[in-house]
Ligand binder design. Structure first.
Ligand SMILES: Cc1ncc(COP(=O)(O)O)c(C=O)c1O
Length: 419
């Protein structure tokens, strides 16, 4: 009989197998210093384009002051226990009420982590007779939530309305047999490529099909819509989103998350979300910190304006220089280049070490073979100088890529990798 760990000794998994070449540099890099537009990587200052601190709140003095005061007042333990048992407070309630109002919903409920919260919201919303219809490129937390579902599920082609409608038809036929209902899950903004979920067109399908819409708006909350209420507000359909989710991990620059919906739905979820019923409540310092951040989202529209000034300067600058940004409709700024994985590695090293630019890199199998995706996240704390330096660096690395230098530099690695 095999030992359980044998397979681990033999195969480290699709990403783990690159650990020797990648760890500490391409994966698990250590960015040091206060979270900002410029941080230190391996002792060198780099312009950071890989942090979702969209509104630049993470290192603002008044935010850090509130965080520090809350930590001093409450420590990191309070409140102890799950919300239902002993972890409920007036401030948790206040934050929920303020979040609900901010995203134009009747009620909200806090989640101690976005990922688990999404998983168990999906779990709580469906029973085995129900059908889930969701985007093939959905975030891992949606996929994991769907994995718990014991009934039918259908994926549709990424953000493709024809495919959505086809799958709603299939789901409707199936639901008529099982006697269940339909839950359609989309993201407000797809975090890798930056497209907005086609919420307006999905909502229009409600006239023909009976389904409920659940939107994960991790990247839209605080960045899109007239008041920052997200992708639904941006597309004029916030009212038709039946369950709205956002995390504090991006524009709120913190930890935690929430769902918002009609009062009756939130009342149901708070008694049925296993990830909250059987886990510790969101810490008080995070609740107090989130109240402060939400107040800034409400009262400082200039932060979102500055973010978009930077997004437009970066995206227009890249497009003017002929870079392919795909179909982004948000702050997420993907730059697509052609090259192998070893070339991508040489290119990123050049970007970091010779140009002082730090961004994330995505390669096969996340995107098709032969493509390199450099993903930039502009924030309100970036400056025009950061953008100018980055545009110049991108022009330089494209030239080096196209004249074959990275290919030559990475020939030995390519051979070792069988590329
Ligand atoms: C689309 C999306 N949903 C959910 C999450 C998970 O949120 P959290 O980091 O709060 O667990 C993330 C990542 O933060 C995300 O990008």
């Amino acid at each position: 009989m095999r030992d359980l760990f044998d397979k681990i000794y033999e195969d480290k998994g699709p990403l783990g197998k690159w650990a020797d070449q990648a760890e500490g540099y391409f994966v698990f890099p250590k960015l040091e210093g206060p979270i900002s537009n410029r941080m230190k990587f391996q002792g060198r200052e780099v312009v950071t384009w890989s942090i979702n601190d969209y509104l630049g709140l993470a290192n603002m003095e008044e935010v850090r002051k509130v965080d520090a005061e809350a930590a001093a007042a409450y420590g990191s333990a309070y409140p102890m226990g799950a919300r239902m048992m002993s972890g409920h407070t007036d401030l948790h309630e206040q934050l929920q009420n303020e979040l609900a109002e901010f995203v134009h919903k009747e009620a909200a409920y806090l989640l101690n982590f976005g990922y688990q919260g999404m998983v168990s919201t999906i779990d709580a919303l469906v029973s085995k007779d129900d059908i889930i219809v969701y985007d093939v490129d959905a975030h891992a937390c949606i996929i994991d939530g769907v994995r718990l579902h014991q009934g039918q599920r259908y994926t549709y082609r990424h953000n493709d309305i024809e495919s959505i409608e086809k799958n709603l038809m299939r789901a409707t036929r199936m639901a008529q047999k099982t006697g269940g209902g339909i839950l359609l899950i989309s993201e407000g903004v797809f975090g890798m490529r930056g497209e907005q979920g086609r919420l307006k067109e999905i909502v229009a399908l409600k006239e023909k099909y009976n389904f409920r819409l659940f939107v994960d708006d991790a990247h839209g909350f605080g960045t899109l819509g007239a008041t920052g209420a997200g992708a639904g507000e941006e597309q004029g359909v916030q009212g038709e989103i039946d369950v709205y989710f956002a995390t504090f991990a991006k524009s709120m620059a913190s930890t935690g998350a929430f769902i918002a919906a009609d009062q009756e739905i939130i009342d149901y979820l708070k008694y049925n979300l296993r990830s909250q019923m059987f886990a510790k409540s969101l810490q008080m310092q995070l609740v107090v910190g989130a109240l402060k951040r939400l107040d800034m989202l409400r009262t400082m529209p200039e932060l979102k304006a500055k973010l978009w000034e930077n997004v437009n300067a970066l995206q227009n600058g890249l497009r003017d220089r002929g870079f392919d940004l795909g179909t982004t409709q948000s702050c997420v700024t993907p730059v697509y280049l052609k090259g192998s994985i070893p070339e991508a590695m040489a290119l990123v090293k050049d970007l970091r070490e010779n140009h002082g630019i730090f961004c994330s890199i995505v390669v096969y199998p996340v995107i098709p073979k032969g493509l390199i995706l450099l993903r930039l996240i502009p924030t309100a704390s970036h400056t025009m100088q950061d953008i100018e330096e980055t545009l110049n660096a991108f022009s330089a690395i494209r030239e080096t890529l196209e004249n074959g230098t990275y290919k030559r530099m990475s020939a030995a690695l390519a051979e070792a990798m069988g590329e």
